[in-house]
Design a protein. Sequence first.
Length: 433
Amino acid sequence: MKIYDKLLAGEATLSVVGLGYVGLPIALAFAKHIKVIGFDINEERVEMMRNRIDPSEELEPEAFDGCNIEFTADPAVLRQAHFHIVAVPTPINPSNQPDLAPLLGASRTVAGALKAGDYVVYESTVYPGCTEDDCVPVLEELSGLKFCEDFKVGYSPERINPGDKVNTVETIVKVVSGCDTESADEIGRVYELVVKAGTHRASSIKVAEASKIIENTQRDVNIALINELSIIFNRVGINTFEVLEAAGTKWNFLKFSPGLVGGHCIGIDPYYLTWKSNKLGYHARVINSGRYVNDSMGFYVGKQTVKAIIDKGKNPLEARVLVLGLTFKEDVSDIRNTKVIDVVREIQSFNVAVDVADPMASPKEVKHEYDLDLVESPTKGSYDAVVIAVNHNDYQSMTEAELRSFMKDDDGVLVDIKGIFRNQIQDLTYWSL
């Protein structure tokens, strides 16, 4: 009996290693059909999930209903599983190089539970070749088993979009791959238990890895172009969003918008590809240029904010700025790799006092990650400029009068990074990308 049939018959168990914003939705989706073990090294997070709480604040308690799942932080429990899905973060280090520590750590954990006939499928975003060149040797060495002969390995890139309630695990086509034809077919059948949109079988693990990493690289490069155009148009004295609106009337114009590119996908994944490219002796010019532009945008916005304050005849040393929003994107609580912090630090570098507020972010996490104290209730009439850094729903509904109430003067500066208040501001000095 093959692994798919065993899982369906209850004779085999599936495990998900890493229960973050990617792993938990997958684990719960499978747990509505088959027996699942959800593993995470953080006991505190595991206890929250046992109590039907998503630590990432993406899922409601009802998402845990009807799920046959055991949450654990004990690696020994993984020995009961036969099909392992690894969904741990793949960050970069301070030098913008791949940090494989979480991935290799998870591989060691799985290797300790690996048995003949087991499957291991990686979902973490990596450069082409990482699964077979970096992860498989760990599995073989620690388990004493032989790749392909004793256990099968596959790669199926995650396509979770934080905060998106429409494009979910069930509705997005899943790319799958395996170390041979049989494993690719079995892995595809397993994922089709939960992915209603179906699967796409990549011809190899490397192709599947590459397909994922270029998704975010493509977006990064395109956003970088628009960000660079916004810098040019600012010098010309025209609004970027008006230009994009006009250009977008042509049927084949690609609709990207300027903005801060942070988070744990678009702002990180291209560095995995450029690192691999460098190892192969090729310097990726376009990708690296895009990364440079996007990594610089927070500092650019900060400078433009201070410049606007000076243009009002005010002394920066006596100025105060309110930044609304700190998370890496709208309506999520995740603050990892947020580029809003670059805006804050750049403004502070001019000795301007900055208050930051965000109803979605955890004050404890912000303090730990950035040594920054969030302001729960910004003081009215105290600021020379307000920066709308993240388009949370709470901010999009604000009126000009509400925004003006935070400012010292009736004609204070409003910096609207994503242009959500364009054509709505009459009295305040307005600037956007």
